[in-house]
Design a protein around this ligand. Structure first.
Ligand SMILES: C[S@@+](CC[C@H](N)C(=O)[O-])C[C@H]1O[C@@H](n2cnc3c(N)ncnc32)[C@H](O)[C@@H]1O
Length: 264
């Protein structure tokens, strides 16, 4: 296993409960608000999947398990963190299967999935290109790939990078920030949709692209929010974040359909 992958495993093994609370919006802060925005977009894209099986790679605590199952889909979740898989199993979802595994497990799903989810995962891969290739390969012709990414050319991204660099200079300070899930120790990789992700996916045989952005703001760190602001902000963000405002948005989600026929 790559060193960065075992770091991610350790990190998520330690942060299951924190992650679960944010994904369920049990805590109201900026991080959980962005989280919900990403979930809203992914669930909206998932409605296109009419039948069959969804593979959720890097599923965390099966964040999309119940929405897939309530749509009548079968759900297969894979995660490198045994603690995350344990949490997912404890939800007792019907028509769902969970596995502990890394990228090399994907070979058995080649051309078999009606949809593949890769949400919040790319950051943690040693070689994101290889990861995209392996995930794309699991999608059946006419199936969907739904993939989230950190937006490379965006103001919150630059501000975050500047802060991270400053924190590593002021080592003392860094130690206290690292305890927060919002700033993980794992290297954060960011991508530009039009120049990097879209061309790669077109080359892999995908078409019918749609990309939705989220977190259109100058904020790049976590802070508590009163519930009513949290709800309003989630709603504002769904209206503000768009193709036109993408330079202010920290992340995006892509959906694309795999073409029929041979894939390069
Ligand atoms: C940021 S969380 C995303 C969880 C969920 N997909 C979501 O949308 O909230 C990233 C997840 O990917 C898992 N992960 C990281 N690297 C992985 C790898 N190489 N193989 C499988 N899972 C991995 C982590 O354990 C973690 O649960």
């Amino acid at each position: 296993m790559f060193d960065s992958h075992s770091k991610a495993k350790k990190y998520f093994d330690k942060n299951v409960e924190n992650y679960w609370k944010r994904s369920e919006a049990q805590v109201k802060n900026f991080s959980s608000m962005i989280f919900q925005r990403r979930i809203d977009i992914v669930e909206n894209f998932l409605r296109r999947v009419r039948k069959g099986t969804v593979l959720d790679f890097g599923m965390g605590p099966a964040v999309f398990g119940s929405s897939c199952i309530s749509q009548g889909l079968r759900y297969i979740g894979i995660d490198i963190s045994p603690e995350m898989v344990q949490k997912a199993k404890s939800l007792n979802l019907q028509n769902a299967e969970f596995m502990v595994g890394d990228i090399d497990l994907l070979g058995v799903f080649r051309n078999k999935m009606d949809a593949v989810l890769c949400i919040g995962l790319l950051d943690y891969l040693e070689d994101p290109e290889q990861g995209i290739l392996a995930l794309a390969d699991c999608v059946k012709p006419d199936g969907y790939l739904i993939l989230s990414f950190r937006n490379r050319f965006s103001l919150p991204r630059y501000l975050r990078d500047v802060l991270k660099i400053s924190l590593s200079v002021f080592h003392q300070c860094k130690l206290s920030w690292q305890k927060k899930a919002f700033f993980s120790e794992v290297h954060e990789k960011a991508f530009d949709y039009s120049t990097q992700l879209n061309p790669k996916l077109v080359h892999l045989g995908f078409r019918d692209f749609e990309v939705n952005y989220f977190n259109c703001s100058l904020f790049f760190f976590n802070f508590p929010l009163p519930s009513w602001i949290w709800r309003k902000w989630r709603c504002w963000d769904s209206q503000l974040a768009s193709q036109r405002t993408r330079f202010l948005c920290s992340g995006g989600v892509i959906v694309a359909k795999r073409r029929q026929g041979d894939i390069p």
